[in-house]
Design a protein around this ligand. Structure first.
Ligand code: ATP
Length: 701
């Protein structure tokens, strides 16, 4: 039996060309804004104690001890003894991974570490100075393995996965240049991560390539992984970047090689299931799904129970959890078993993440199923970008002629990928209460009788379609919440009209006037309501949002420039009224009360200067001052690669880890004064130079 519930589910995807294709938009009362900001900043700024040494960090190998290895090398010792040729590209079946060792690297240079990553892993900051760290982060030191006795509790591995690339099935892919070293558990938080090298040599999954990564793409991945995390967007992380001085990598030109050490709670992707489905490997599909539920998500009972009304997910904003493993919920024809709950958890997580991308103007650039995480993490940093001028059709991927992975398409494409995942899990979803009986547990062919298969297919289709509604609702709810926060409004008191009267007009204006997405929100965060109390004042301040120095496209057309300014002014007036509705209800009016001359505005309402100060502070905590845009990353790469600079990488990482600050140089962070470079940070947070906007890159890395 082959699952093809595509047509109906794609219909859900088509409907999915909704208003966020432009995108959209409270402050909370200050407490809720502060909570949001705290969540955003938790990992980068929280004090976390001293940390331990690399040797003392608790290590494990759950993945490799739970799932089957490539039978070509049944044990790590078999792989360890093999020649490098034997470790080269081939098809790997019936396995989730291959034991494989990283290549030995000579004279590696540790360029930079992420202090936030050190902290989140549980490592002492001083550990980065040790030889053990330097050798580990390039794969020269293998933990858990004794190469004298050829034994140990663990050994490095590369995963087997496949994927749909640009909509077409691409066959076996796998970790062609990524090698996982071990899982480590932060002794303080108890969070377990899988630590992995990227660019450390060939594996059986390298296909036609070399197993290497160039410095250019490694710098991009190193910075953006940590930047997204600091913005509160789920992502794989980056610990360290090392230059390989003897590695010359052939791409369009010869480039220096590098290794990034990265980590994630799981590196499993949709592609891990795609390959099993393509090969009809039912047993492994079930085993992997069980591993994901029990190990990655921490148990079946952590998954979401059935919604009160799956056709209207908004009625159940927070689904019940603690549903026991064997419970079946729902009416005949739409019964949800544990695998349906697993699928829905993956759907919900991905909906949340793509909502954050849309609200923060981030584009992955290559959302193939091998780049879509089961945990809902942003992953695989190739031609990604943050939006400069707001343009929903923009894709950072130079090779994406059809704009498949453009900004506006991201929510639809993630749903498209989720439908592929639903197909891979289709039999397990559709089997409902019979999932633990034959033939689902006993045959390798599955249901061969079309009459018996029909209700299973129909149920899977129904559940996937319902999950589509849940995806839309979770996505929209999160997107609106974030946009409300970014505009200084209270998501809890959001008006049904906000979308049409505030969010959409803003995005239309940004698009029509080719205004910078990030700078708009940051500058709005610093705009006192008292400065836009009248239409004339709105008009005057509207200029703050246009490019300075005659850098707009209509440079020479004074009339057009005036109309643009008026359009921004009109929106500011609407926004002001809406902010007053939320913040004006604060009881904090100061001694003089709401009619005080120190309060801003006139007419329909006012906000005290104190409350407005709180509004601005809260907005700054959700609207970054620094995002690593394409042109900044290009400058960084040029200066590190050609100019031999090192400090610039550390400074950029510092700004990426503290994106909401007004300034950085000379200020104390975590008890240490950050030297910084004032000129650089002003430049990196000002207007993007006209010729550097909306850059694109190719997939070659
Ligand atoms: N230089 C290379 N050597 C070997 N395999 C490669 C190389 N570049 C890409 N691949 C493989 O091609 C596939 C698609 O590449 P893609 O650029 O999406 O991934 P990646 O950046 O290498 O890895 P990841 O998704 O783990 O960040 C993956 O299976 C990847 O391992």
């Amino acid at each position: 039996m082959r699952f093809q519930p595509v047509a109906r589910c794609l219909a859900v995807a088509q409907q999915f060309r909704g208003p966020w294709s432009r995108s959209f938009s409270a402050f909370t009362n200050p407490a809720a804004m502060a909570a949001m900001a705290a969540a955003n900043n938790s990992s980068s700024s929280s004090a976390s104690g001293e940390g331990v040494t690399l040797a003392a960090l608790p290590k494990s190998w759950h993945f490799t001890s739970s799932l089957p290895p490539d039978s070509h090398f049944p044990t790590p010792a078999d792989s360890h003894k093999a020649s490098r040729e034997d470790l080269g590209p081939r098809q790997v079946r019936g396995a989730l991974f291959t034991w494989v060792r990283p290549e030995t690297q000579e004279d590696p240079e540790l360029l930079a570490v992420s202090p936030a990553a050190m902290r989140d892993l549980g490592l002492a900051q001083s550990e980065a100075e040790t030889d053990e760290f330097r050798e580990t982060v390039v794969g020269n030191k293998i933990h858990g393995w004794d190469s004298e006795t050829l034994s140990g509790p663990g050994y490095p591995w590369a995963q087997c996965y496949g994927g749909f690339q640009f909509g077409d099935w691409a066959g076996q892919l796998g970790d062609g240049r990524a090698i996982s070293l071990f899982e480590s558990t932060n002794p303080r938080t108890g969070v377990r991560y899988e630590v992995q090298l990227k660019g450390a040599g060939m594996t059986p999954y390298s296909r036609f390539a070399d197993g290497k990564a160039v410095l250019r793409s490694s710098i991009r991945e190193f910075i953006v992984s940590e930047a997204l995390n600091a913005l509160g967007i789920p992502t794989t992380r980056a610990l360290a970047i090392s230059l390989l001085p003897h590695s010359k990598v052939r791409r369009k030109r010869i480039e220096p090689g590098a290794i990034v050490v990265r980590f994630a709670q799981s590196w499993l992707r949709f592609g891990n299931f795609d390959i099993l489905r393509a090969r009809g490997d039912r047993e492994l599909t079930r085993r992997l799904a069980t591993y994901v539920a029990e190990d990655v998500f921490g148990g079946w009972e952590n998954l979401p129970g059935r919604l009160d009304d799956p056709d209207d997910p908004s009625k159940t904003p927070t689904p019940q959890r603690n549903i026991s493993k064997d419970t079946i919920q729902g009416p005949a024809g739409a019964e949800e078993n544990r695998f349906a709950r697993l699928y829905r958890e993956i759907v919900r997580r991905n909906a949340l993440t793509v909502a954050k991308w849309q609200a923060y103007g981030f584009m992955n650039g290559v959302l193939n199923t091998d780049n879509t995480s089961l945990l809902g993490l942003s992953m695989d940093y190739g031609p990604f970008a943050f939006m400069d001028n707001f343009d929903p059709h923009y894709t950072p991927n130079h090779d994406d002629f059809l704009l498949r992975y453009s900004y506006r398409n991201q929510p639809t494409i993630i749903w498209w990928n989720l439908v592929r995942l639903g197909e891979a899990l289709g039999e397990l979803l559709g089997a409902a209460a019979t999932v633990d009986t034959a033939p689902f547990t006993t045959t390798t062919t599955g249901l061969t009788d079309p009459t018996a298969a029909a209700p299973v297919i129909a149920r899977a289709e129904k559940l996937i379609t319902q999950a589509g509604e849940e995806y839309k609702t979770v996505f929209l709810t999160e997107y609106k919440r974030l946009m409300a926060l970014r505009l200084g409004l209270n998501p809890a008191t959001a008006l049904p009209t906000d979308f049409d009267t505030l969010f959409s007009p803003l995005l239309d204006t940004l698009e029509a006037l080719e205004l910078d997405f990030h700078l708009f929100f940051r500058r709005l965060s610093a705009l006192p309501l008292s400065a836009i109390a009248t239409p004339q004042a709105c008009l005057a301040r509207a200029a703050d949002f246009l490019y300075s120095g005659g850098d707009n496209d209509n440079d020479n057309d004074a009339e057009a420039a005036g109309q643009q300014q008026q359009r921004v002014a009109d929106w500011l007036a609407v926004w002001r009224e809406r902010v007053v509705q939320d913040w004006g209800t604060l009881e904090d009016w100061g001694a003089a009360g709401p009619s005080s001359s120190s309060s801003s505005g006139s007419g329909s309402g006012a906000v005290s200067d104190k409350a407005d100060g709180e509004r601005m502070a809260a907005m700054k905590k959700v609207n970054p001052n620094f995002v690593p845009r394409g042109w900044i990353l290009d400058e960084l790469i040029r200066r590190v690669e050609k100019g031999g600079e090192r400090g610039v990488l550390k400074r950029a990482m510092h700004m990426a880890l503290h994106p909401f600050e007004d300034n950085w140089a000379g200020r104390e962070f975590d008890g240490v004064v950050f030297e910084g470079d004032k000129e650089e940070e002003v430049r990196w947070t000002s207007d993007v130079p006209k010729t550097e906007r909306a850059m694109q890159c190719s997939c070659s890395s």
